[in-house]
Design a protein around this ligand. Structure first.
Ligand SMILES: [Zn+2]
Length: 321
């Protein structure tokens, strides 16, 4: 029971009891409740936003570590995709072309992108990071699967293409296992005589005079004579649209009309015609147009040697013509 309150009335010179209505009592209680409630809310927000618990601190640290880990994963995926892209290029542009297969479309290799497939990740705090990585892992998985299926098909094609494979150029035209004769590659190069940029339609092997030159595939010699600019020159027709040309020879070892097998000696390295030093200029033509010969050494170079050759011919700008 609450104590009664009095106040002194100077007119009557007596104490009079103060009457407190029920509504006033209720108001007082409500005021108390309201002020404690707002104070509580204030404290809650202060604690929630400015002061974190050890558990929250740990979570925040973990979150930071996870997002940097995802960024690292993204970089690694770049590397994996680079390697897969390299495999795809060789598969589509070399193996399948040589064996008469069709390149595989990119939608089959990578699959079609369906954005709704990753919607379930949307409510994560680092949704973009996680979505990108998940999407790329899926892509890599599909690319790997398509690549392995393609190799199965390439093996089948090669079993049925023995004749074709014997004819298409597949080795280096000089013995060059350690690649020490690699001089310059196919593409735009500075002309050694005129010093202007010119298209170099073949590959140069800087070998000593007298080095043996081999036929790079089975075929028929269609030309073995002096050719303007090329000096002593041999052309072999391999069938299936393929032709190879060997220039600046010192001597011939075949005559026009002769059938040759891959590895037969057709002549010897020299410096005849427009040439600045002893070397072999070698060209591969497909359906009448020159192509980059670097894709036609697959019977003779391991993938590591192939990569080394690409570096050598890319960095070595010296052309003998
Ligand atoms: Zn050349």
């Amino acid at each position: 029971m609450s104590k009664a309150k009095y106040h002194f009335n100077p007119k009557t010179l007596s104490y009079e009891r103060i009457k407190v209505s029920t509504w006033q009592k209720v108001k007082k209680v409500l005021l108390h409740v309201l002020s404690s409630f707002s104070l509580g809310v204030c404290f809650f927000f202060i604690f929630a936003f400015f002061i974190s618990s050890p558990y929250e601190k740990r979570l925040r640290e973990e979150n930071k570590r996870l997002s940097s880990q995802y960024k690292l994963l993204d970089k690694r995926l770049d590397e994996v995709q680079g390697v897969l892209e390299d495999l795809r290029q060789r598969d589509d542009n070399i193996y399948r072309v040589i064996l008469g297969g069709q390149p595989i479309s990119s939608s089959v290799r990578k699959g079609d992108y369906v954005s709704s497939r990753y919607e379930y990740l949307d409510d994560l705090s680092n949704a973009d990071l996680v979505k990108t990585a998940t999407k790329r892992v899926d892509e890599v998985r599909r690319m790997t699967y398509a690549q392995s299926r393609s190799y199965d098909e390439v093996i089948e094609l090669s079993k049925n293409n023995k004749e074709r494979l014997e004819h298409i150029p597949a080795i280096q035209p000089v013995f060059n296992k350690d690649l020490k004769y690699m001089a310059s590659g196919y593409g735009r190069r500075v002309d050694p005589v005129y010093h202007t940029l010119k298209f170099h339609a073949g590959m140069d092997f800087a070998a000593p005079t007298g080095t043996k030159i081999f036929a790079t595939g089975d075929g028929k010699v269609t030309l073995a004579e002096w050719k303007q600019g090329y000096g002593k020159c041999v052309v072999i027709s391999h069938g299936y649209g393929y032709e190879t040309l060997y220039a600046h020879m010192n001597d011939f070892n075949v005559r026009a009309g002769q059938e040759v097998r891959r590895g037969d000696v057709i002549g010897f390295v020299g410096s005849t015609g427009k040439s600045t030093g002893s070397h072999l200029h070698y060209e591969v033509h497909v359906n009448g147009s020159p192509v980059n010969p670097q894709n036609y050494y697959y019977a003779d170079l391991s993938p590591e040697e192939y990569d080394k050759m690409l570096q050598l011919t890319e960095n070595n700008a010296k052309v003998f013509d």
